[in-house]
Ligand binder design. Structure first.
Ligand code: SF4
Length: 369
């Protein structure tokens, strides 16, 4: 860890930040105290010890040294909305102003030819340096005709391959870009797939699945890269451990009720009023890896806290895999310890997962008589 600390210090020195975050925050009406609180939460989310906090704060000043291209393909722009639609001015919104966001068709002022030129210039000027954020899936059926872009009608697939070939790495934001998402739901007429389903990409891919992904997770990747110059450690589905190492179920505030066998049987019943576990009304938290219970959304709440079960939006196969959002998952042959948990070096988590799996199977058996 000390090695990483020294490396991060040198890296930040070499990026020679030219912004003054304190002044920017002051203008935006965010107190130093709030900023330091945010730094502390972000440092913890990244799995870094407390003594990294000054470096994390410093790294924000360096974000404008990292060129970012953000492409929207077959998508609803929900992840762009996620990073912008905070309920009050937050540090996340300010960070968007600090990032060197060279191209984002939703946010940029230029359009048409001007926008096209801006993109081509960025690719040339920052070859091998830019992070390519991809939002939305890529349609591959019928040679990709279901998604085209620009005056030449280039398919999304060809466009992605062209941009990817000169990128430092691809950050696939949302379930569609990661695994195909809603667009790839059965019968998937466009042959939609996530970025990693496209052959010919030779740069690292980081998946940030969810619908939408939490802005803190996107910003976490950027801060980690600004700090260390490296991409975060990934699981077997290319998801960063710092955000996807635990199941929703393992950190859920209703977990105590699950363990006590106290369940909501229907929405609005007394158990629901008492905050009991939502497994029987469809919660997919035992099968879903994400940081929602600890990071929450907009610093405020998250679906289970608001009274609806997790719908498994960060898992491969969402939405088909889990079927109805409000019915319990009853396929016993799916192990909630899932693909990625075997990579997690925490024995305790694995034991916990195995314990929960047995418990869930017993509930399912009872449900099925
Ligand atoms: S089943 Fe859902 S509501 Fe119940 S403890 Fe697990 S994650 Fe929380």
């Amino acid at each position: 860890m000390i090695g990483l600390y020294e490396k991060s210090k040198q890296r930040l020195k070499s990026l020679s930040p030219d912004k003054n975050i304190e002044k920017i925050l002051e203008v935006e009406g965010i107190s130093r105290r709030d900023f330091l609180k945010w730094v502390s939460v972000t440092t913890a989310m990244l799995g870094l010890p407390g003594f990294f906090e000054p470096l994390v704060a410093q790294s924000i000043n360096a974000l404008n040294k990292i060129p970012v291209i953000w492409m929207n393909y077959q998508d609803c722009a929900g992840n762009s909305e996620s990073i912008l639609r905070a309920s009050k001015p937050t540090i996340d919104e300010i960070i968007i102003n600090l990032i060197s966001l060279e191209f984002h068709e939703l946010l940029m002022a230029p359009s048409g030819t001007q926008a096209e030129n801006q993109l081509e210039e960025t690719i040339q000027n920052y070859e091998g340096e830019y992070l390519l954020f991809v939002e939305g899936s890529i349609p591959l059926a019928d040679n990709g005709v279901y998604g085209t872009i620009g005056p030449s009608g280039e398919t999304y697939k060809d466009h992605l391959l062209r941009l990817a070939s000169k990128a430092k790495a691809i950050i696939a934001v949302g379930n569609c870009a990661s695994f195909g998402g809603v667009v790839a739901a059965n019968p998937n007429p466009t042959g939609a797939t996530g970025v990693m389903g496209v052959d010919g990409i030779n740069v690292p891919i980081i998946n940030l699945p969810a619908c939408p992904v939490n802005p803190e997770t996107m910003i976490g990747v950027l801060i980690m890269y600004a700090l260390t110059g490296e991409l975060p450690e990934l699981d077997s589905l290319k998801r960063p451990f710092f955000a996807y190492a635990s199941r929703i179920h393992d950190r859920c505030e209703r977990r105590v009720h699950f363990d006590a066998g106290e369940f909501v049987e229907s929405f609005g019943d007394n158990a629901s009023q008492s905050g009991y576990c939502l497994y029987k009304v469809g919660c997919k938290g035992p099968f879903t890896f994400n940081n929602c219970p600890t990071v929450k959304f907009n610093d405020t709440s998250w679906p289970v806290d608001a009274g609806h079960g997790c719908i498994g939006c960060s898992e491969p196969g969402f939405v088909d895999k889990f079927g109805s959002f409000e019915k319990p998952f009853v396929e016993e042959n799916i192990n909630p310890a899932a693909e990625s948990i075997k990579d997690i070096p925490f024995v305790a988590t694995t034991i916990l997962a195995a314990f929960s799996y047995e418990k869930i199977k017993n509930i399912i058996r009872k449900e099925n008589g």
